[in-house]
Design a protein around this ligand. Structure first.
Ligand SMILES: Nc1ncnc2c1ncn2[C@@H]1O[C@H](COP(=O)(O)OP(=O)(O)OP(=O)(O)O)[C@@H](O)[C@H]1O
Length: 591
């Protein structure tokens, strides 16, 4: 079974410990037949045998030794069981730790497509509940199966030695029990797969709701969200109940069969004792060990349920474990070169799941140039810049950086040469200083301040209670939209990249601040090619060239003056943005 092979593979480092635990389980469980055996000796020698009274007088030492033996073996079993559980826990916790780190690395190494397709809640479920289920199966399910089987086999062997016929009578019950258990397992399995999916949905809703709490509050949709959550919660709970109730359909049969062991033992065992074929002591050993046959049958339901949960969880974990990204970062660029910053799109077409979003894009950017990209929302601007750091790969054509196809460049090196300030600003729960120095944690404090100044962020940071040491909440809570954008800009500048990509980074700052930022960008003390997505003409006007996108195609390209003279899309936007503030446009596009 592949899942068990996978478990074995991940036990590496703890295999010896786990095997010792399994062996101790077998030894400990085999010892369960010792006390019934001693009991049998005591009954036959001192209670029910023909010489019992005599033996009680003459062999007191033996009686005490047998009694002490019983206590001793009980203590030994308890000690073994304690030690065995310790080993199982150690091995399973170590495996959990290793697999969790491995999965986290795997998730980190996935490309954007993976994150587009996988829900955060589902990934969280895999990293927590599913992993714990796998650990539980290693530490408890396998242990229980091994111990139940050993007790079962030891009891059967012992019974055979006493009386083969009575043992066969007892074993008659085993096949129907296994058939019932098998049917139950088949029926319940899809239920646990479904249950696992519902749990993931519940986690997704919880995660989205907490992450989006501001939107929920802004629209006063708390009740709607509570109802949505309640629905999913009821859904999960119902599925749980349904799976648990299935067991009730089978439970009576298994219980009857389990009771059957005792009934058969009482009837046939009693007859055999009356016939003198077995002694009272042997009969008492049968009675004492009969639980070894009936107990595994009783707990078969719990074991099967847990096994099904294990399969549902391990399958989900293996999806992450074996997922390989189409765009992989191998982190093997020994020396990272600094690029010049030349960019070319050579007949690039891009599709999201078959839907064309960019078509036949051609342009060149020379090192040090500033290019502005403008276009209606959804025209493909973000998609276009996403192709440069290879967040996605083009379906057709090539994206070249410094003359080399990005697919041939070392990903780490490529991304290390690009500073990006994305449209949705995400700051980490860390100090402002830590956020700005994210790409270069060893950066001295004065450099952090320098880049904050360039991004027009220094003044407001200084006024904060703890300045650069102020901790910003999750996703930058506690800062205005414009403040977050400026910290994100400082973070992108702080890596001093030869290629800087700004996706609508100044949309939320006032015009004066924007002017300051533009001045800083013009005067950077390192060589840098800049690609700026912007909607404001005040931002694009300064660029060396402006590219206008419409429905994934370039419809205009040129300088501010050239595009105004063209009287096309750019001219219309310019007119719209300047209407009402008294500016006029002359034939040369000058303000
Ligand atoms: N991850 C994705 N999966 C599928 N389709 C996507 C994805 N991201 C964007 N799209 C689609 O691709 C098209 C271009 O999106 P893109 O984000 O590049 O536009 P944009 O010009 O940057 O828009 P905006 O100015 O609103 O940010 C849109 O139709 C969008 O719905």
């Amino acid at each position: 079974m592949f899942q068990f092979k996978w478990l074995w593979h991940n036990l590496k480092g703890d295999r010896a410990r786990y095997i010792i635990a399994l062996c101790l389980s077998v030894i400990g469980s085999s010892l369960t037949i010792i006390n019934p055996y001693i009991g049998q000796r005591i009954v036959d020698t001192f209670i029910a045998g023909s010489d019992a009274a005599q033996n009680l007088r003459d062999e007191r030492g033996l009686l005490i030794a047998l009694g002490l033996g019983m206590i001793g073996f009980s203590l030994l079993r308890t000690g073994l069981s304690y030690f065995t559980t310790l080993l199982y826990e150690r091995a399973s916790q170590n495996m959990l730790y290793r697999v969790r780190i491995f999965l986290y690395n795997k998730i980190q190494g996935q490309d954007m497509k993976y994150y587009d397709r996988n829900r955060t809640g589902d990934l969280m479920t895999k990293m927590t509940g599913d992993l714990d289920m796998v650990r539980h199966s290693l530490a408890w399910i396998i242990k229980t199966i091994i111990e139940s089987l050993t007790v079962f086999v030891a009891a059967v062997v012992y019974f055979f030695f006493i009386d083969a016929e009575l043992t066969l009578w007892l074993l008659i019950l085993s096949p129907p029990i296994f058939i019932v258990a098998f049917i139950f397992a088949r029926r319940v399995r899809p239920m646990y797969v479904d249950l696992r999916e519902r749990l993931s949905q519940l986690n997704t809703i919880t995660q989205e709701n907490i992450a989006g709490n501001r939107v929920v509050k802004a629209f006063a949709r708390e009740e709607f969200e509570i109802n949505k959550f309640t629905d999913k919660s009821v859904n999960y709970s119902e599925a749980n109940k349904k799976a648990a109730l299935v067991w009730l359909d089978y439970f009576p049969y298994l219980e009857i069969f389990s009771q059957g062991f005792t009934v058969i033992l009482l009837i046939s065992g009693g007859l055999l004792v009356m016939d003198g074929r077995i002694t009272f002591g042997e009969f008492s050993a049968f009675s004492a060990l009969i639980w070894g046959l009936s107990n595994p049958m009783r707990s078969i339901g719990i074991i099967i349920n847990d096994i099904q949960r294990f399969f549902a969880s391990v399958t989900k974990i293996m999806e992450v474990y074996y997922a390989s990204p189409e765009i992989a970062n191998h982190h093997n660029a020994a020396v990272k070169r600094r690029y010049q910053g030349r960019i070319q799109f050579d007949n690039v077409t891009f599709k999201y799941d078959g839907v064309t979003v960019l078509e036949n894009i051609n342009f060149k950017i020379e090192p040090g140039e500033t290019i502005a990209i403008m276009g209606a929302t959804g025209s493909g601007k973000t998609t276009l810049i996403n192709l440069i750091p290879r967040f996605y790969d083009a379906a057709k054509g090539r994206v070249l950086v410094d003359g080399t196809d990005v697919r041939k460049l070392e990903l780490d090196e490529l991304r290390g040469n690009i500073g990006v300030a994305t449209q949705d600003v995400l700051l980490f729960s860390d100090t402002i200083d830590g956020n700005i120095a994210y790409g270069n944690p060893d950066m001295p404090e004065e450099d952090v301040v320098k880049f904050a100044r360039l991004a027009a962020a220094h003044n407001f940071i200084e006024k904060m209670p703890e300045g650069y040491n102020t901790i910003v909440g999750e996703r930058g809570v506690g800062l205005s939209g414009g403040q977050k954008q400026r910290i994100a800009l400082a973070r992108a500048l702080a890596v001093q990249p030869p290629i800087l990509i700004l996706d609508d980074t100044t949309s939320a700052v006032d015009l004066e601040t924007e002017e300051h930022i533009q001045k800083s960008l013009r005067e950077l003390d390192f060589a840098c090619t800049k690609i700026i997505i912007a909607q404001r003409v005040s931002t694009t006007a300064e660029a060396d060239r402006i590219i206008i996108l419409e429905n994934g195609r370039i419809i205009e390209e040129g300088t501010h003056a050239e595009l105004l003279a063209k009287r096309g899309y750019y001219y219309e936007v310019f007119k719209l943005q300047n209407e009402g503030i008294g500016r006029e446009v002359n034939a040369h596009g000058e303000k």
